[in-house]
Design a protein around this ligand. Structure first.
Ligand code: ACO
Length: 332
């Protein structure tokens, strides 16, 4: 279809990781754990962690720069930048700072928070602006530094997370729409399963007025509940999106799930009857990088030449909220 048709094409990808690496063995010096426990329960072998001097904005901008270069455009051609993150440098958001770091002078930028579902929610948001004809070029970055919000004395969570950033460029196309289907979901009734809540300290201003001052607590998670939720909801939402896209499971070339746990990826693929060789996984090297995990895995697979033009990719994010969602798209 030609003319006014406004399809979405994903034309560039990028990634950035902090230079510091923490191996499983290193963790066993911090908490009562072992490389064997972490590997067999999660598939994680190491994670990259941001130094105190590193910022989320810089990490995200590096990933964004790579994605823009691969798309063959320049930062000043970007119309919109969406930063999916739960860990901005600033409570008011880091999107605008990234816009400035990239020199994307024409772009509007904002943050989007949906924890580990942030990339999928961001992809859906980007596609709305493109399909309605408002914007031509959108940069979507998923970036998180969860190491700053982890309780490093809690072995049930600190072994799971890592830091990183991944990005894609979405562009308007007059050719076929490459976003074949999507669905995004929330269930706030299960919010307490996984959160990092605001922790108030009451402060009295006058005899009649008091406020609270505070910070956020470290991440707490009911691992078993989140595991059960992911293994039930993720296959269901992918099946729904496949149905809407009128695709069969056999037509999926690659499954890229949120990189939380290898066992979750294997269980979801098994339920969907997707063979293990179609699973893209880098959780062993990065751990759970939250909003960054899907675009980081996508970017690596593209740059390794695994994912080729026209390949059908089924992706799904899931996490705090609780939130989850799936998108099926074709690489440019
Ligand atoms: N090292 C050694 N032992 C440990 C560790 C550790 N790091 N952590 C927990 N254990 C112990 C527990 O204390 C428990 O001991 P007990 O039986 O004596 O009480 C035992 O190991 C089993 O603990 P479980 O929590 O039942 O372990 P499980 O097999 O469920 O694995 C895990 C835990 C890996 C967290 C798993 O539940 C999981 O992957 N859940 C999903 C997490 C997830 O996907 N999160 C994604 C969203 S993240 C986001 O949105 C920010």
């Amino acid at each position: 279809m030609k003319g006014n048709y406004r399809g979405v094409a994903i034309t560039g990808s990028g990634g950035a990781k902090p230079s510091q690496v923490l191996q499983n063995q290193d963790l066993s010096q911090i908490v009562d754990t072992s490389d064997e426990w972490i590997r067999t329960r999660t598939g994680i072998r190491q994670r990259h962690l941001a130094k105190p001097s590193e910022s989320l904005s810089e990490l995200a901008a590096r990933a964004g720069k790579e994605a823009i270069a691969m798309a063959g455009i320049t930062p000043d051609q970007m119309d919109l930048i969406i930063l999916a993150t739960s860990t901005p440098d600033d409570l008011f958001g880091s999107g605008s700072k990234i816009q400035n770091l990239l020199g994307a002078n024409k772009a509007v930028a904002f943050d989007l928070t949906a924890a580990c579902s942030g990339f999928v929610f961001g992809l859906v948001t980007a596609s709305q602006f493109i399909r309605t004809g408002v914007y031509q070029n959108v940069l979507l970055i998923g970036a998180d530094i969860l190491s700053r919000w982890v309780d490093w004395s809690d072995r049930s969570t600190c072994v799971l997370f890592g830091d990183g950033a991944g990005a894609v460029v979405c562009q308007r196309t007059e050719e076929k729409d490459n976003l074949l289907g999507f669905e995004i979901c929330s269930d706030g009734s299960q919010n307490a399963c996984l959160n990092a809540p605001y922790c108030p300290t009451p402060a009295t201003l006058t005899s009649e007025v008091s406020v609270s001052k505070g910070t956020y607590e470290a991440i707490t998670m009911n691992g078993r509940e989140v595991y059960r939720f992911a293994v039930a909801k993720v296959p269901e939402v992918i099946e729904k999106v496949l149905f809407r896209a009128q695709l069969s499971v056999e037509q999926v070339d690659w499954l890229i799930l949120h990189q939380a746990n290898q066992r979750i990826m294997d269980a979801v693929a098994n339920r969907l009857t997707i063979p293990p060789e179609k699973i893209i996984s880098n959780v062993a090297s990065y751990g759970n990088t939250s909003a960054a995990s899907i675009p980081l895995a996508l970017n690596e697979a593209i740059r390794q030449g695994k994912i080729k033009s026209g390949d059908v990719i089924a992706t799904s994010g899931f996490g705090a909220g609780l939130t989850w969602g799936a998108a099926i798209f074709q690489w440019r």
